[in-house]
Design a binder for this molecule. Structure first.
Ligand SMILES: [Zn+2]
Length: 323
């Protein structure tokens, strides 16, 4: 059960696969081994969290590696019982001489498609602009994503350090290109930055969903606005606890989102790094956050409506969750 609407491909690299790829790519083994490098054991902050995610970057810089990691992500999601996987990544991080941004996207799409064919799991790729990059690179990423619309890419996102790079107006053109290509639009916003950042992402970039959005609850008027506008908030409970964005799953803002009438969907953000997959997150929503079956069902039905997917897949998902 469950639709995973916020998860990063870089957070799906199996430690064994990382070790295997590292050997063939001449990447040195981390001091304490791949498992320790990738998995976060206890709550810390966003910097520590991102260091664990980034540990996998050196082994993603070839078409074969990217394809394999993407395929294995779909296999692992299917084994976890997921019904729909929307997975995102920042292709520019993995580009190398001879492996340019369109090639990185193509390799990820191929791997996801191999996984889809072997498991039957519906999957789409969301391409991320990254806040620390220059405008030219982000524009190239958006153009490559738009080119790959209909060939595996389903959406555009912006990720990265929101406190150091808060400005959103600079992504207008990339988002316009993505919108013109029919891609779905989301953005990491109000994750570390203030609630207003979510409203800005909607008004400046035209997004229909907000990644994390934890700080929306700090501002009652933004919270009411998000509910009125039907903005879907993609929550990742365990990830937020490990980065220190939420004190615990019990105290996670998702309950307040629901009480305010906001639309909420769920993701596992970086399952290998946080040691929690979508099925675990959904279980914790009940056992820790105290959500009822009705509330979980509402999350599923919202996800069916806001997923970046084609009409046939959406109709199939609605059928599956209607009963
Ligand atoms: Zn994220």
């Amino acid at each position: 059960m469950g639709l995973n609407l916020h998860t990063h491909l870089e957070g799906w690299v199996r430690p064994d696969t990382a070790a295997d790829l590292a050997r063939s790519m001449d990447v040195p083994e981390p001091d304490l081994g791949w498992d320790a490098a990738l998995r976060m054991r206890e709550p810390a902050d966003l910097t520590v969290f991102l260091a664990h995610v980034a540990a996998a970057y050196p082994v993603l810089g070839s078409a074969d590696a990217m394809r394999r990691v993407a395929r294995e992500a779909v296999e692992d999601a299917a084994a976890d019982g997921c019904d729909f996987l929307e997975i995102r990544f920042g292709p520019s991080t993995h580009a190398r001489p001879g492996f340019d941004i369109p090639a990185v996207i193509a390799a990820a799409c191929e791997g996801l498609d191999e996984g889809r064919r072997s498991t039957g799991l519906a999957v789409g790729l969301v391409v991320c602009l990254l806040r620390h990059l220059d405008d030219e690179t982000n524009l190239a990423v958006a153009k490559a994503a738009a080119e790959a619309a209909g060939r595996g890419v389903v959406g555009l996102d912006v990720a990265g350090d929101e406190l150091v790079y808060p400005a959103l107006a600079r992504y207008r053109e990339p988002y316009e290109i993505a919108a013109a290509a029919g891609l779905g639009l989301t953005a990491h916003a109000a994750e570390a930055g203030p609630a207003e950042a979510a409203r800005e992402a909607v008004s400046l970039l035209g997004v229909t969903r907000i990644g994390h959005g934890s700080h929306i609850v700090d501002n009652p008027s933004v919270l009411a606005w998000a509910a009125d506008e039907g903005i879907a908030i993609e929550v990742c409970p365990t990830s937020n606890v490990l980065t220190g964005a939420a004190p615990s799953i019990r105290e996670h803002p998702l309950r307040r989102f629901i009480e305010a009438g906001c639309r909420v969907v769920v993701g596992d953000d970086n399952p290998i790094n946080i040691g929690s997959r979508l099925s675990d997150e959904e279980r914790l929503l009940v056992t820790e956050a105290g959500l009822t079956d009705v509330q979980i069902r509402a999350i599923h039905l919202t996800a069916c409506e806001v997923a970046f997917t084609d009409d046939a897949t959406r109709a199939e998902l609605r059928r599956r969750y209607a009963s």
